[in-house]
Design a protein around this ligand. Structure first.
Ligand SMILES: Nc1ncnc2c1ncn2[C@@H]1O[C@H](COP(=O)(O)OP(=O)(O)OP(=O)(O)O)[C@@H](O)[C@H]1O
Length: 337
């Protein structure tokens, strides 16, 4: 057995709410300095994982280790874990300074030292001019920085983020994402980051963990899970639009017992292509276009092309799949073959 301590190690974690199995045997390891993004459909158990690590709830079974120590029986404030929520969870009746000092007071840090540390955290996140404001006097992005500064003050070994940018607009998300990544690299802590945003999951994560129905379907680098999805669920979940999956292989080359898949960008509109199809719709996205097509046997194939493709609905077209990019899955288990 490896003696290496992972900053976070989850072993066969289970948790049910009544009849609902929120987590059904979750194993996950995060190394020190690593950022793992957690993605999956609504209700797949992402937040439950974070709440169990933070100690806000207790698992039914399995182990939670932080730096090699089983924290299962420790209360939240003794776990060296900081959690940042989507709604920031700031105290509305306290100023930014009050919010930053609160946790330090609870942990009985002397006043002078607490003031100094709060000041340092505020400087690091560029919010010193906001110290006397109340949460309702700030923008979402500013509140997010305050929540981050407060998390920083806990000097955690582990950061847990539950969709911290969900309420920010696109440009602000983009900027904040870069700041967050810089902070993560500088601190070298272990981070788990839950998001619904695929671009965020792919760009932030050293590794991506894909969750479905309380089980981890695959963990790997963003490129790995995209290029080599372990099963049809991951294949159909990552990518926008997702991979075309054809049960039985059909137009992609019928083979009993398999489901074949091809990503929209691995299908080209090409007069020499081997597949015949009819265009059903064209969605222009500015930098690219999505062409929805339908083959004679009824199979729908989505094609990603450059901007302004020269086709319109009801056009007959030919498609050329990249043969090296055809994915094979078992028709019954859905696992990659
Ligand atoms: N306090 C609770 N009481 C009952 N059921 C719960 C509770 N918390 C979570 N669940 C159920 O557990 C499952 C997992 O929920 P969880 O919040 O972890 O999902 P999630 O992946 O974070 O979803 P979302 O992306 O919508 O936030 C869901 O079926 C949910 O309804």
């Amino acid at each position: 057995m490896s003696t290496e301590h992972h900053a976070i190690r989850l072993e066969s974690l289970t948790k049910s709410y009544g009849k609902v199995a929120a987590l059904d045997g979750v194993d996950l390891e995060v190394r020190t300095g690593e950022l793992v993004t957690l993605v999956g459909p609504s209700g797949s158990g992402k937040s439950t994982i974070l709440r169990l690590i933070a100690g806000l709830e207790r698992p039914d079974g399995g182990g939670i280790l932080v730096n090699g120590q089983d924290v299962g029986s420790l209360p939240p404030h003794r776990r060296a874990v900081a959690m940042v929520f989507q709604d920031y969870a700031l105290y509305p009746h306290l100023t930014v300074r009050g919010n930053l000092l609160f946790g330090l007071r609870v942990r009985r840090v002397r006043r002078g030292e607490a003031e100094q540390r709060a000041q340092q955290a505020a400087e690091r996140l560029g919010i010193t001019d906001l110290l006397d404001r109340y949460p309702d006097q700030m923008s979402g992005g500013q509140r997010q920085r305050v929540a981050l500064a407060r998390a920083l003050l806990r000097e955690p070994r582990v950061y847990l983020f539950d969709e911290p940018m969900a309420s920010l607009d696109a440009p602000l998300r983009f900027a904040t994402r870069a700041d967050l990544l810089a902070l993560h690299r500088e601190l070298g802590t272990a981070t788990i980051y839950v998001t619904h945003d695929q671009a965020e999951a792919m760009t932030l994560g050293d590794r991506v963990a894909v969750l479905q129905a309380g089980q981890v379907r695959q963990v790997g680098s963003p490129q790995e899970v995209y290029d080599w999805p372990a099963d049809t669920f991951v294949a159909g979940f990552l990518g926008s639009p997702p991979m075309n999956l054809v049960p039985g292989g059909g137009v992609l080359g019928g083979t009993a017992g398999v489901t074949l898949g091809v990503r929209p960008e691995d299908l080209a509109l090409d007069p020499e292509g081997s597949l015949e199809a009819t265009v059903e719709a064209v969605e222009a996205l500015g930098s690219e276009a999505i062409v929805l097509t339908r083959c004679a046997d009824g199979t729908r194939l989505v094609v990603r092309t450059g901007p302004r493709p020269d086709v319109r609905p009801r056009d007959r077209v030919r498609l050329r799949p990249d043969p090296s990019r055809i994915h094979r899955f078992d028709a019954v288990s859905g696992r990659r073959r």
